[in-house]
Design a protein around this ligand. Structure first.
Ligand code: GUN
Ligand code: ZN
Length: 436
C-alpha cells in the first residue's frame, strides 16, 4: 500500500440523513489501488497512521467527486443557443451540431474537451449521451479510459423525425449498440447505456429492439428523455395513440427498471409516478436546462408516489457544467414550487444520492473504506465575494449553501480520479500568470 492523506474540512454522507463532517479532517487513500483507506478527524487519523504523508489545503472542503446523471457530450457547442424551446431547439441547433460527429476527429477533440470540463468542475462520473454515430461513443470511452474516469455512455438510437443523415435503422442501431456493449461495458471503469433518444425519434420497432437489448444484456443501463415539454408530450400522443401516457410508451417496450434513467419528467401523469416507483425507474432533474429551454418547473417535493430523483446538468440544453450552479437553479425551482431544497440534501444528491440512482453506491459516492477514491477539493475562498460570505458562516449548512449558490468551476481547487490528481487549478492559474 502507498498511503497518502489529504487534510481540510471533510464531508461525505453515510446515507441521506447521515452526513459525516470533520471541521479538521483527513481523507486517506491508497494510491496503488486508488481506493479510500480511512477518513476521520485529523488527530485520530494521524494517530492511526504514524508517519502518514499529508497534503494540507487551506480554506478547503474535501468531498466525494460530483456525479451528473444526464449530459450530452456532443452538445458542448450547443450550449447558450438563443431563442427556442425543445423541438425547435433540436432542429435548429442540436441536430446540425450532432451531424458533425460522423467525423472521428470532431468526436475525439470534443470528448477530450468535455471530460476536462467535467473534471474542472469536480464531476468525476456522468451518464452521457453520444450521437447516433458508433464512433462517437468509441471516442468518448477512449478519452475516459485514458483518464480512468468511471463513465456511462451510449450511442443514440434514432430512426425517424430527424435529418436523414442523423438516422440509423433498427438493424444498424442494434448491431452498433451490441458491438459497443461487447467492447466497452465493464472494461475498466466504463459502462454502457442503451440510448433511444426519445419516443419521437424512434419507431415502435426500434423501441422494441432497445427493450430486447436491455433484456439481453444484464447490468447495462437505459437512458432517454421523458415528458420534458408540452408540445413533445402532445406529439408522442399522436405517434402512439394507444398508449395510456408518455411513460407507458417506454413501458410497453420493456424499457423501465432499476437501471433506467429518464431525464426531465416534468409532465408525468399521476399514475406514471406509481409505475416508476413500482419498477425502480429513476428520474434526472435538470434545472438549468428546464429553465433555459423554457420547459417547466420540476416537482421535486410533491410527487404522487416517491420516485428516486437524481440531479443533472443536461448540457447543452443546460447552461453550466457545474453541479454547484445546477443546485443553485434547483433551489430556485423549488422556491417557485413552494419548497426549500436544503444544502445538506443538495450535497447528498450530487454525491451519494446520484451514485445510488446509478446503482453505483457500492463503488463511489462517499468515503467508506474500499470505495474508489474519486474526490474534489473545493476552494471556499475562490473569489472575493465567496471569501467574504464564507467568513461569516456559522456552521456547515451555511458553508454548503453559500458554496452552492456562489460557486462554480472557480470553486474547484483539485479533482482526483481513483486516487490520482487529474485537475489542479493552481497549475492553470500559474500558467496564466506566467503568460503575462
Ligand atoms: N429530447 C430529445 N433529445 C433531447 C436533447 O438532446 N436534449 C434535451 N434537453 N431534450 C431532448
Ligand atoms: Zn438531454
Amino acid at each position: 500500500m502507498n498511503l497518502q492523506g489529504y487534510r481540510g474540512q471533510v464531508l461525505h454522507y453515510i446515507d441521506e440523513s447521515t452526513p459525516q463532517y470533520f471541521a479538521d479532517g483527513i481523507l486517506v487513500i491508497d494510491q496503488d489501488s486508488g481506493t479510500v483507506q480511512d477518513c476521520g478527524k485529523s488527530d485520530a487519523v494521524l494517530q492511526a497512521h504514524p508517519g502518514l504523508n499529508v497534503k494540507s489545503y487551506q480554506n478547503a472542503l474535501i468531498m466525494p467527486g460530483l456525479i451528473d446523471t444526464h449530459i450530452h457530450y456532443p452538445q458542448v457547442d450547443v450550449i447558450a443557443s438563443y431563442g427556442t424551446q425543445l423541438l425547435e431547439w433540436l432542429n435548429n441547433y442540436t441536430f446540425p451540431t450532432e451531424m458533425a460527429f460522423e467525423n472521428p476527429e470532431v468526436a475525439e477533440e470534443t470528448a477530450e474537451f468535455f471530460l476536462n470540463e467535467l473534471l474542472k468542475n469536480g464531476t468525476t462520473t456522468a451518464l452521457v449521451f453520444g450521437t447516433v454515430h458508433k464512433g462517437s461513443v468509441d471516442a468518448f470511452f477512449k478519452a475516459s479510459e485514458k483518464r480512468n474516469t468511471r463513465m456511462i455512455c451510449g450511442k443514440v438510437m434514432m430512426d425517424r423525425n430527424a435529418p436523414e443523415d442523423l438516422c440509423d435503422t433498427v438493424e444498424t442501431s442494434v448491431a452498433d449498440t451490441q458491438a459497443l456493449i461487447d467492447e466497452w461495458h465493464g472494461k475498466g471503469r466504463q459502462l454502457y447505456a442503451i440510448t433511444p433518444r426519445f419516443a419521437i425519434t424512434s419507431t415502435p420497432e426500434q423501441l422494441a429492439a432497445a427493450g430486447k437489448l436491455l433484456a439481453d444484456n444484464p447490468g447495462v443501463y437505459m437512458q432517454t428523455h421523458l415528458a420534458e415539454n408540452k408540445d413533445e408530450v402532445a406529439f408522442v400522443q399522436e405517434l402512439f395513440p394507444d398508449s395510456k401516457s408518455y411513460l407507458d410508451v417506454y413501458d410497453q417496450f420493456g424499457l423501465l427498471g432499476e437501471h433506467s434513467i429518464f431525464a426531465h419528467c416534468i409532465y408525468l401523469e399521476d399514475g406514471d409516478y406509481h409505475r416508476m416507483n413500482a419498477t425502480g425507474s429513476k428520474i434526472s432533474f435538470c434545472p438549468t436546462s428546464n429553465l433555459f429551454i423554457g420547459s417547466g418547473l420540476f416537482r421535486l417535493d410533491d410527487q404522487p408516489a416517491p420516485v428516486d430523483v437524481s440531479v443533472a446538468t443536461d448540457v447543452g440544453g443546460g447552461t453550466s457544467f457545474s453541479m454547484l450552479q445546477t443546485m443553485n437553479e434547483a433551489y430556485k425551482v423549488c422556491q417557485l414550487r413552494g419548497s426549500n431544497l436544503s444544502p445538506q440534501r443538495a450535497f447528498y444528491m450530487m454525491t451519494l444520492g446520484n451514485a445510488a440512482a446509478l446503482s453505483l453506491d457500492d463503488k463511489i459516492g462517499n468515503f467508506e473504506t474500499g470505495k474508489e477514491a474519486d474526490f474534489v477539493v473545493f476552494d471556499l475562498a475562490c473569489t472575493d465575494l465567496m471569501k467574504r460570505r464564507q467568513a461569516i458562516c456559522k456552521n456547515i449548512d451555511e458553508i454548503l449553501f453559500s458554496l452552492m449558490i456562489l460557486g462554480d468551476d472557480r470553486a474547484v481547487t483539485e479533482t482526483f480520479v481513483a486516487g490520482q490528481s487529474v485537475w489542479r487549478k493552481t497549475d492553470e492559474v500559474m500558467k496564466v500568470a506566467g503568460a503575462h
